[in-house]
Design a protein around this ligand. Structure first.
Ligand SMILES: [Zn+2]
Length: 97
């Protein structure tokens, strides 16, 4: 019986796992068909990436709204604009938590 349970070291956390799809995601491009980083690390990376991206989008929106407010020179119609800025700020702060 030749059960070859190969081991594989995660390139991010450097822990050693058995090289199965339970511990690593599948990747057809790599030699062993698995990603270099373990599933936990990739999950963490994805979460960070999403959070960063979300906060960046919110930040950009705030910039645009502030620019808009400056262009309109704070006319009474800018009340709704401030509402939108506040909403974006709240979203942005939510991302940072
Ligand atoms: Zn890892």
């Amino acid at each position: 019986m030749t059960r070859t349970f190969k081991e594989k070291r995660c390139c991010r956390c450097h822990k050693i796992y058995s090289a199965t799809s339970d511990n690593f995601r599948r990747e057809s491009r790599s030699l062993d068909g698995l990603t270099g980083a373990c599933k936990d690390c990739l999950k963490m990376r994805d979460r960070n990436y999403r959070a960063k991206r979300k906060s960046k989008i919110a930040k950009d929106k705030i910039k645009i709204l502030l620019l808009e407010a400056r262009l309109r020179k704070l006319t009474p119609s800018s009340y709704s604009l401030f509402g939108r800025i506040k909403l974006q700020l709240r979203k942005f702060i939510g991302c940072l938590k």
